[in-house]
Design a protein around this ligand. Sequence first.
Ligand code: SF4
Ligand code: SF4
Length: 464
Amino acid sequence: MTNNADNNFRDRIVTMNEEGRRNWIYANQPKGKYYTARTIVAIFLMIFLFAAPHIYVNGEPLLLFNILQRKFVLFGVVFWPQDFHLFVIGLITIIVSIVTFTVVYGRIWCGWACPQTIFMEMLFRRIEYWIEGSGDQQRIRDKGEDTFDRIWRMLLKHFIFILISWAITHTMMAYIVGADEVKQYIVSSPGENISVFIAIMVFTGAFYFVFAYFREQVCSLVCPYGRFQGALLDNNTLMVTYDFKRGEARAPMRKGEDRVEAGKGDCVNCGKCVSVCPTGIDIRNGIQLECINCTACMDACDSVMKRYKLPEGLIRITSQNNITKGTSFKWTPRVVAYTALTAALIGALIVLFTLRSSYETTILRVQGSLYQKVDEGLYSNIYNYKIVNKTDNEGDLSIKLVSPDGKVELAGSSLVVKKQEKIQGVFLIKLKEEQLSGSSTKIVLGIYNGDELIETIHTTFVGP
Ligand code: SF4
Ligand code: SF4
């Protein structure tokens, strides 16, 4: 993996010193094509994250995860508890896709798309650079006296951090209870919704703590996906990797020297790759748990290579096997298996989505009820019904007996179900004695929207 004989760096994470205290990371701001690309991706993702609960499709928010009311909306499509299987398969598909993606492309998700990194590196850290200067300037200021200059910058930074944490909390809430409800909370006094107010304060505090203090520790110590990496990555996985064959032996650049003749590699040991790393590691030590594949070190090193007229890509996205054996990407059995599983799950999801019914009806005989003799030779059973309208149109429904011939009597006048709503109630079925086949007769009910048969339900009728 590395030519570095001193593997002490593996004894503890870089953000802890020998006494187990925090080593604060003062990462400098990277500059280069990858950072520009990350910025564009981050702006797009942040706009999406903050705007999604406020965008409505067919009267429904783009995304909603209302656990309290068990209502889920994905891209304007409402999912009811009855669609829970779709939700579970969707979730499994996402997890398997992430695993597949990680096996092949490493932790690109962590560095480029994870909300933690996006907020930390593209919002909170940029505000820090704006107010307190580069990582080096921050280190010098923190080690110095408590001057007025240091204090006002610190206060302003933390004030803005709290405001953003407050905004993130409200956005997360909008994903759960809906944007309109959150607007109500904002305009009403805290006393009217004291539990909501406390929850907002707690979560604002939690986000502030994460982005102001805990930072990269989330990726190294808390995130299960980060901890899971060891099991997913192999020597063929594409990762941000230091080409030690080309880089070693590292040594500073001397004017006019021929580095090949001097037995030196392309790494000029400038430390720029370490100075921009948000997790504080030295990628030249090889693949490490803390590396989130953010590509900041690639930008930093490319700028050094350019300055010394050396080929770029000393640190690049490649696999260990590519560096050590010179082989290119291979479809290993593991990659093939994960890809096939992901494709199968996506296929199953598409089929289930296509077959998803517009209405969902549940009909059950009232618990504990038996038959009733209504008249000579005429018997009745009582049933509960629940109908969910998953469409965006109102449904004027009716329940009819398909077989055998008989009568359905609703306890109520009509079966009008508003869009994306559900109704429930009871009804009677009356059958003549000659239509019964013993103590349990199989019956078929049709649910009609106008004249259109939308669902067929099979149940039983209890007789004498
Ligand atoms: S080593 Fe490079 S890619 Fe990994 S976290 Fe540090 S800067 Fe990002
Ligand atoms: S930035 Fe490049 S040249 Fe400088 S220390 Fe890192 S790997 Fe070596």
